[in-house]
Design a binder for this molecule. Sequence first.
Ligand code: UDP
Length: 323
Amino acid sequence: MIEKTNDTKRVVITGGAGFIGSHLARRLVEDGHIVTVIDNLITGDLENIADLIDLPTFEFLEQDINSISKISGKVDYIFHLASIASPKEYLRYPLQTAVVGSIGTLKILDIAKEKRARFLLASTSEIYGDPKVHPQREDYWGNVNPIGPRAVYDESKRFSETVTITYHRLNLVDVRIARIFNTYGPNMRKKDGRAIPNFIFQALTNEPLTIHGSGKQTRSFCFVSDMIEGLIKLMQSNYSNPVNLGNPNEVSILELAKKVIKLSNSRSQITFTDPMIDDPKVRKPDISLARKILQWEPKISLEDGLRQTIAHFSRTLVKKKVR
Ligand code: UDP
């Protein structure tokens, strides 16, 4: 954990109005740090940081990191989370996704260099593509289709890792690389398009849950509070090579859909739609490295995390009805 009070840091979070970024911002402010969020709000949402915006230790800059050249004042840490992260959204904004993962990352690395700030890259399990090694360890190079529809995300994140580790090798920036596996929780957008928010909103409105393909494909879902703990621990570590962060509890998408229906007491049915192109068939992190170097592992079970997320989303639905 970043120590409280007498070790106050100035922390910049790119993408800090998004899902993971907003939880990270809140936690760092609570821990006594001074936090600047930079976000162009393409998929971020001011509502996610509404409770922080007026605090003296919090600052929000609405800006596209692709055109950023300066941040004023000293900066100790940069968490570089800015990216479109949902397959539905990166298919909708393919060029923006490719550009933020390449040019955007270079821009922020240059700022980290100028500020002598430690830089943490939010990379992704997508860099493993449709994996031929299971579970995925950090030394697996992946299986990515470079011209498939997901490539705008996968390849730009792979490029992000390449330039990040190169800045490290050239002694230009002190870096950390988190390979973030599927993460869920409050503050995901209703229209995000990923499995958990889709299924929960479908279940809460008694609409059919839409499974792409057979539902036999697997994922391993990490609750957001566990992810935040892992990201902070990684930033505080002295390890510069990539580290998997995720929950190794693997479920099929069909099992997930059934769980969501049950936990929401829903009358929804399940419907099967066309499979997504290049959809990874399996995904599960090997987190031995994170356990060893960070003494970190997820604590929240899928059931508990889903319960919290369902409760949060039902409050959102009630609020929307009242308005
Ligand atoms: N998925 C699904 N129905 C949905 C959304 C997603 O069946 O409404 C599937 C998707 O095809 C994938 C898995 O759920 O196999 C996880 O998808 P998600 O978009 O959450 O994240 P990904 O792991 O693909 O980045």
